[in-house]
Ligand binder design. Sequence first.
Ligand code: DON
Length: 302
Amino acid sequence: MNTLLQDIYEEVKPMLGTGKVADYIPALASVNPHQFGIAVCDTKGEITSIGDAKVPFSIQSISKVFNLVLAINYYGEEMWERVGCEPSGLPFNSLVQLEYENGIPRNPFINAGALVVSDMVQSRFASPYIAMRDFVRRLSCNKNIVVNKVVAESEYEHRAKNAAMAYLMKSYGNFENEVEDVLRNYFHNCALEMNCEDLARATSFLANSGMSSCANGKILSPLQTKQVNALLATSGMYDEAGSFAFKVGLPGKSGVGGGIVAVVPRRFSICVFSPALNSVGNSQLGVAALTSLSERINWSIY
Ligand code: DON
């Protein structure tokens, strides 16, 4: 595994300097774009990593995976009445489908879907973002994971579009709680800071039929794990989901903080971090590194 990561790292590193860090969240605009790290966690919990794999970063939309898993644990199949499982083919923060589709978001990984899932979690916990923080701490065996309050506040200040989605869904009856409360918790989840090793560990249950290598137990059933991986494969990379399937062929989830997690079922989970993004908001080096990985291991889910 060491040699594999070394080879990928050397191949992709010359691309540093291409892409652009997310600046629509002002607190993220000052992140150093010249960072690149990779970590892999096998089904026994063994970690191999390279580069900036221990540097914490804003997990942003990767939090939508943990948010979804938390909700599945409380709602089971019932939750699919409020959020769909179809790809959107549109940018992650697009509003246009919501009105045509009566306030039911296409999937849990676009912002509208993650907001509905956050609303569901909010109905079950007195402190939803503490529940989420504790959940990711447990999944990654790292008690030091925290929310970056400056990032959370910066997102809240620039919440207009996410707020518009949430209020539109409320007008269709697909939102139970106060929109502003849910938005605050959603932004706290996005502003969690984790490193590649934490994220590879925290998603290892997706490579292991729902059993965590770290939290020492069942996180999802094998059927639920299959469902989450299917959603990641079809919707985890937003409007790049098709070409990511074409080039990489693995379930994956990106965040505008520059992280991407991917799953090689029954083998390992992987996280790549490099903050400069491509035109659809996915890490430029992250996509390149996972493309190289899939070619080198000559394996995909298809
Ligand atoms: O709500 C937002 O726009 C951000 N907190 C999360 C966006 C994100 O990471 C989209 N992913 N690529």
